[in-house]
Design a protein around this ligand. Sequence first.
Ligand code: FAD
Length: 369
Amino acid sequence: MAVSSCRRYSTKYNGTKRTKPASDGSAQRSAEFHEAQQAARKTQKVLSGLLALAILAPTAWYLPQLLSQPSTNRIFDPPRFTPFTVIAREVVSPTSILITIRPNAATFDPEPYRDSWAKGPWSVEIKQPELQIARSYTPLPPSEDTQDGDLRFLIRREHKGEVSGYLHSLGVGATVQLRGPHSEIELPEGVTDVVFLAGGTGIAPALQIAHTLLDVRSNQENRKPKVRIVWANRRREDCMGGKSSLEPGKLNFWTSNSAKQEPSNVLVKELEALQRKHAGSLTVDYLVDEESTFLDQKKVMQLTKTTSDTESDPQLEKVDRKWIFVSGPEGFITYLAGPKRWEAGIEGQGELSGIIGRMRLRDWKVYKL
Ligand SMILES: Cc1cc2nc3c(=O)[nH]c(=O)nc-3n(C[C@H](O)[C@H](O)[C@H](O)COP(=O)(O)OP(=O)(O)OC[C@H]3O[C@@H](n4cnc5c(N)ncnc54)[C@H](O)[C@@H]3O)c2cc1C
């Protein structure tokens, strides 16, 4: 090898030597050295040019595309699924967990989901890889502990549920596949009042709406809408520590009968912190079936009676300002606002009936999530 490279070296310079008559040995060496330097400089220039091209060409091609894409597309790539890793898992109750997941690929966007949060409630699909089935889940608003790109979910384990059971079985470090995002409804500008009746995991879209209206669309103080959430659960264990102003008598009875008041669970703590942050704009009340505190016409009336004194845009229709959302299990939605209906393969709103339908509320738009 050493011989061969040496031979190549000598051949080159011997060749050059033969075309120029040699007068002086040192001048010849200097000319050779000068030529070699020039050749090296040329090669360096060509290489630098190629390197710059290699770096700049893809950037110049990719950057306009990147900037023109909605921000969430940088993480999601529908119809393909995107891999995420479970980075935290917290138990909320015997049937519910909070999981936090992080995209496997690094994101350089500080707010990769801002388009979704600006619109209102949204969901993603999560895949069960063995059965190749996917179900919808609702990302919770970011918390102080989450990084850019992280997503959190409240997952309730359904009895013999395929995907919820799979998600409950995952530990920290496991991979999950997500697809989306899917916007559920785009909230109009100028909303002044929201009453959100949430059953079970229906609390997730309630938190999304509060986040969109009170954090993302941060209006001036006097334009902040009023958001009133009622969270109904079958069992106290799902909303441990949550108090209600809607039926204080019954709750006091329950509380005073408890040997000691149980501490708030992780989600109730988060809701309490949110209420403190948005004092005057956000209230959360808790109702529990097993304590016989149910949502009825009287309570819905109570919630819709006192509306905000927020200045509203006179151009907007009255019904665009005040919204009642109902979200939760099928029976919960049907009882309060009548069943949703499948229309041409899409789950539609169906007609308004149930408790709210009978109330014939004027000025309020009702939406089933
Ligand atoms: C937009 C949207 C957002 C959602 N967000 C959330 C969320 O944030 N958190 C959350 O926990 N859930 C959420 N859900 C619900 C979620 O999508 C799933 O429906 C839920 O997790 C149950 O799915 P699963 O695969 O575990 O249960 P499945 O396997 O679909 O079973 C559902 C129920 O049906 C029963 N069942 C299944 N097969 C049969 C059968 N052959 N005969 C009789 N009974 C049967 C099961 O026992 C179970 O109780 C959301 C749903 C939607 C539409």
